[in-house]
Design a protein around this ligand. Structure first.
Ligand code: NAI
Ligand code: BAL
Ligand code: NA
Length: 505
């Protein structure tokens, strides 16, 4: 597919089905991380805009055209959105690349996942119609009970920049499928494609207020959404510290949250792997894909001592072969990280590792041939010990740290030696061993003989400080539903006879 040249659309906030200027008229620059240039501006919402969007969402829930829809009717909107996204795939992939820095072909594959995800939740919305009322058997005949699965209400969706439109979709598609009215606050570092989703919703005639999109800063636009008394739930993906702030603010209103936070996931490699090159490639992909900015990146390689020398030698050869370039170049495999702040943060973590006594086996700096842009070489760090920051803290950049092990017990101890618990991978021919590790890993996701493949049907989420709640699959739909018990007294002409009846009137 040809990579199109493109103009950055100039958008406003998407509220109540139309484009509206933010009340304070503020805008934020859009920066292309490949050349550090300002390529446009996004509107910056504040508390006042949040309030208008919440009122529009409430009104959508009260109106017939959204609040009384069946799942099958909502499925039509979701399929229409999917079709439009597919039609605009080349433009959307290009916008994603120049906003986020990920290689164009990765962005294009994200857009395919966006389409699939909207279609998948269209199917689940349809299926919800037959499941929205279910009987519950009781032990008494004088009562009967059923359970309703209703839209939860107005939901706030706060998303990160690493998979901008895809992370938006992971939340928007199930929220709309469930019949909620959603307010999306994308990351200020990569908002373009989420705003384009607003245009798509307008084109397909999604009822006003069903989805509003408020771009802006976390503390100006995200925080008021979390604290708004008329928002029923917050679904968040992003950093741990922001997750803590969101949970703390939501707790004041006893507002439910789902949190998908960071990780420091292990990839455990045994000496009985099927093939050295295949294992090396999964190790690279597990950490360097998406320019290393993946919450589930398997960024701690735990390698059996017996094969460590040849594995690392081969890992180095493969790493040197990774093409680092402008992400719009056709066979680019590693682009820049998202921002100046992220670039500095990653380089600082590398230099601290060096100061703490680790060895930078490869990379660790800006590639020589790229003078501008937030580029960092794929970096492999050895001689790491478990007290080092590089072992403990999420980097969110193309940095892999390595430790060796002798026994299974040692490997599992190292794998679980983290405050996080998102993903974990094991590469070994011995499937019984893989089974033992699957049980022992303290994580929400396990990969066997691979790392990172992510599909929309299974659940996604973590434990420990990687957060809680599950996205994707049918689990995500549950996040946006209220389970209502309805109990009926089926013999209303018979007295309950709990109190002593006074004499008859
Ligand atoms: N788990 C993941 O998928 C991600 C993890 N990260 C990690 O987080 C670090 C910082 O990246 P940031 O972009 O600053 O992440 P962040 O967690 O601050 O931002 C994520 C989203 O939360 C919003 N936000 C920020 N403060 C908020 C608040 N007080 N109330 C409500 N919403 C708020 C942001 O505007 C953005 O939409 C990265 O270096 C990386 O380590 C970043 C992005 C994704
Ligand atoms: N495919 C991984 C999604 C994430 O990093 O959040
Ligand atoms: Na950007």
């Amino acid at each position: 597919m040809a990579i199109p040249n493109i103009r950055i659309p100039c958008r406003q906030l998407f509220i109540d089905g139309e484009w509206r200027e933010p009340l304070k008229k503020n805008r934020l620059p859009i920066i292309n991380p490949a050349n550090e240039e300002i390529i446009g501006y996004i509107p910056a919402a504040t508390e006042e805009d949040v309030d208008i969007a919440v009122k529009a969402a409430r009104s959508a829930l009260r109106r017939e055209d959204w609040g009384s829809t069946t799942g099958a009717q909502r499925a039509k909107y979701l399929r229409a959105i999917a079709a439009k996204v597919l039609e605009k795939k080349p433009e959307l992939a290009t916008l994603e690349t120049i906003d986020n820095g990920k290689p164009w072909f990765e962005a294009a594959s994200d857009i395919d996942d966006v389409v699939a995800c909207f279609e998948y939740y269209a199917d689940l919305a349809e299926a919800l119609d037959s499941k929205k009322k279910t009987e519950v058997k009781l032990h008494l005949d004088s009562f009967k009970t059923h359970v309703l699965r209703e839209p939860l209400g107005v939901v706030g969706l706060i998303t990160p920049w690493n998979y901008p439109l895809l992370m938006t979709t992971w939340k928007v598609a199930p929220a709309l499928a469930a019949g909620c009215a959603a307010i999306l606050k994308p990351s200020e570092l990569a908002s373009i494609t989420s705003l384009e989703l607003g245009e798509i919703c307008r084109e397909v005639g999604l009822p006003p207020g069903a989805l509003s999109i408020l771009t802006g800063l976390g503390h100006e636009a995200g925080s008021p959404l979390v604290s708004h008394p008329d928002v029923d739930k917050i679904a968040f993906t992003g950093s741990g510290p922001t997750g803590v702030k969101i949970m703390t603010a939501a707790a004041q209103l006893v507002k439910p949250v789902t949190l998908e936070l960071g990780g420091k996931s292990p990839i455990v490699v045994f000496d009985d792997i099927h093939d050295l090159d295949i294992a090396v490639e999964w190790t690279l992909f597990g950490c360097f894909w998406t320019n290393g900015q993946i919450c589930s990146a398997t960024s701690r390689l735990i390698i059996q001592e017996t094969i460590a020398p040849q594995f690392l030698a081969r890992l180095l050869e493969w790493t040197k072969n990774i093409k680092i370039s402008d992400p719009l170049e056709e066979d680019c495999k590693l682009g820049p990280v998202i921002s100046r702040g992220q670039y500095e943060k990653v380089l600082k973590l590398i230099s601290t590792a060096k100061d703490e006594g680790a060895t930078i086996l490869y990379g660790g700096d800006r590639p020589e041939h790229l003078k501008k842009g937030y580029y960092i070489q794929p970096t492999i760090i050895t001689d790491v010990d478990t007290t080092m920051e590089i072992w403990k803290e999420e980097v969110f950049g193309p940095v892999l740290c390595v430790k060796t092990f002798k026994t299974e017990e040692e490997a599992i101890e190292l794998a679980n030696d983290t405050k996080y618990g998102l993903g974990a991978a094991i590469l070994s021919k011995d499937l019984e061993r893989c089974e033992r590790f699957t049980k022992a890993f303290q994580s929400g996701i396990v990969w066997i003989n691979c790392s990172q493949p992510c599909f929309w049907q299974p659940p996604w989420g973590g434990k420990k400080r990687s957060g809680f709640g599950r996205e994707l699959g049918e689990w995500s739909l549950e996040n946006y539903l209220n389970i209502k018990q309805v109990t009926q007294y089926v013999t209303p002409d018979e007295p309950w006879a709990f109190y002593k009846s006074p004499s008859k009137l």
